[in-house]
Structure formats: structure tokens, C-alpha cells
Write a protein that binds this ligand. Sequence first.
Ligand SMILES: [Ca+2]
Ligand SMILES: [Ca+2]
Length: 322
Amino acid sequence: MKANRCSRIGLVLIVMSIVLPISACEETTPQQTQKDEEPQPIEAPAQAPVEVAKPEPVKIIPAEPIIAPEITQPVTDLAQGVAEAVGGVAKAVVETTEEAAKAVAEVVQPPPAEPVKEAKAPDVKMVPIPLELPKPMFVGTPQNLRVPNLQKPLGKPRPPFYAPEGTTNVAAGKSISSSDEEPVIGEIEMITDGDKDASDGSFVELGPFEQYVTVDLGAEHEIYAVVVWHFHKQPRVYFDVVTQLSNDPDFVTGVTTVFNNDIDNSLGLGLGSDMHYVETSEGKLIDAKGSKARYVKLHSNGNNANELNHFIEVEVYGKPIK
Ligand SMILES: [Ca+2]
Ligand SMILES: [Ca+2]
């Protein structure tokens, strides 16, 4: 036991002699202690004091007196600025809203544009054109007319055609020319002489195949309707009826085609989409939609009864351009 105790004590002493110098060395080594102690204060407190030390004098000292007054004033300035800005924005908003209101008012004003239309309406009062029809020579629906793309007869009088008030037949008595200057029957001038009767002596017969007549209105007009009577002693269908308007007497430029039933373009004036129709005392009324022109050219290319072309009368309803 003594030996054990002694050995234990010896061991303890040995251990202590080993540990103590080490700890003593650890403790007595100033560099180590400093090194060991420094990292601890440097890492933890050193950062805190460094930050605290620097920021505190910097932040607290200058920050409180400098930042506070400098900012408070700017804040007031900012406040005023903001207030002014807000006021400005408010003014701007008010102005913009006023402008928007004006704009809306201006946009909303177009509804008054309807009254404007109503106001214009009296200026452009639409009235039935003063069209007088000749006495009909036949009654009833023609039969056995083997013509393709044939318009079905209306079965009742054509409704009146409306055009601006003051619209008249501006073709009456106007000069007229033709592809056939020597008609088989009649004179070309008969086409604008106001006689629309179907009887012999009232129609002009032009040569076979393609022919045309051109009415010179003498000046440019707004043209609303063209009415043409080819022949109405008996029901007939004329082919390649093409009606054109232009200010060019040669119809090379500025040509407006207002009717075309040349469904195979045999005249070379373009494919027509209008239908064939049976000639009656009502004539054929073509809507010219206010087109502006001086010359009116009417083509035809024979009829279902023969290859000849006929014109009784051509009327052009329009108004001179002021
Ligand atoms: Ca006539
Ligand atoms: Ca044709």
C-alpha cells in the first residue's frame, strides 16, 4: 500500500512536474499568453471595441449633432419640398384632371357631332331624284330568256332613289359622242333629248357587237345616279353593259366603273360582277355614289334578240362642283 501510495504520489508528482512546467510554461510564456489572450480579446472584444470605439465617436458625436441638424433641416426642406411637390403633384393632378376633363369633354363632344350631322343633314337634305318614267310598252314578267346571271324582276315599282337636294339630270341636252358616229337608226343627239318613249323613232340603233356612247357634262359634277334606257318595246337583255365615269374623255386615267355585267370580260374592261337585267320602262338605275366626273361612258355588246345596240335615253343625276 505504501509502495502503491508512494508510486501514486510519485506518479502524481511526475505528472505534476510535467504538467506544471507545461502549464507554467504556458502561463509564463508571455508571447503565448499574449498570443493566446490576444486572439480572444481581439477576436471577440477587439472587434467590438474597434467598432464601438470608431463608430461611437464617429456615429455618436458627428451623427447626433451633424446628422440630426443637417438632416432635420433638409428634412424640413424636404418636407417643404415634399409639400410643394405634393402640392405641385396635386396641382398637376388637378391640372391633368382638368386637362383630362377637358380632353374627356372634347372626346365627349363628338356626341354633339351627331347634332352636327343633323345640322349637316339639312344642308345635304336627301330627296328622291326627279325621275320621270316613260309609258310602259309591255306588262308582266318576260319568259324564256335564256340569259345567265339574270336578275329577277322586282315585281313592283322601283323604290325612289335619294340624292342630295338640288340633284338634277345634268345630262339633259348635253353633247354626246359614240363609237358608231353613223347610227343605223336615229341620231346620237336623241340619247340626251329627254324623249324616253319606246316607240319607233325614239330609239337610236348602233351597229353590232361592242359599241359605246359618251356623254360630256361640260364640267365636273358630283354624280349620284345614271339611268339608261336601251330599249323597252319588248323585254330584252343587253350584254356587257358597262358604265364608267371619268374626267378623262379618253377614259385612260381616273376611271370609275359604276356598273359592269361583263361576266367574262369580253370587253377587256375588267370582270363584271353585276347581273344581267331585263329592260323595262323604268330604265336601269345605277348608283354612282357621288363620284366626281365630267364624262359618262356607256358600253354594250348586243342583246339577246340581235347583235345590235340601242339607246333611247341616258340621264345623269348630279350636281355641279362649286
Ligand atoms: Ca331620247
Ligand atoms: Ca361579255
